[in-house]
Design a protein around this ligand. Structure first.
Ligand code: ZN
Length: 127
């Protein structure tokens, strides 16, 4: 992959990282906002948050997904830095640039991705 092309992916991945971080910040800050919106369930006097376990769990689950995404982005930035970005992690061929543009954190070529999804029983496309 040429330096020009990998530069555009660095920019794309850095933009994705910025977006994910912004989402994480919004979620962490947003918990209070949502709880306040549900003010009839929130005991303002005692400041009791215990009844919001369900909401906290949901926020944590979203948090974990975003954190995993962040790790994938960091891993790809690392691969670019080491010059092995865009190579299929399974068979080592160059992943088509169009596929990388559509999904910059993909680690496999289409053939290997489909094989991996079949073997894992995963039917949804990796986003
Ligand atoms: Zn492959």
């Amino acid at each position: 992959m040429s330096a020009d092309i990998s530069d555009t992916f660095v920019q794309q991945l850095q933009q994705m990282r910025t977006d994910v971080l912004a989402q994480l910040r919004a979620q962490r800050g947003g918990k209070i906002g949502r709880a306040e919106a549900a003010g009839d369930r929130y005991d303002v006097q005692s400041g009791d948050w215990a009844q919001f376990d369900g909401e906290r769990d949901l926020a944590m689950a979203i948090d974990q997904r975003e954190t995993a995404e962040l790790k994938a982005i960091e891993a790809e930035l690392d691969r670019i830095a080491h010059g092995d970005y865009g190579l299929c992690s399974d068979c080592g061929v160059d992943i088509p640039v169009a596929r990388l543009h559509a999904n910059p954190t993909t680690m496999r070529c289409i053939g290997c991705q489909e094989r991996a999804e079949r073997s894992s029983g995963e039917t949804r496309p990796k986003l």
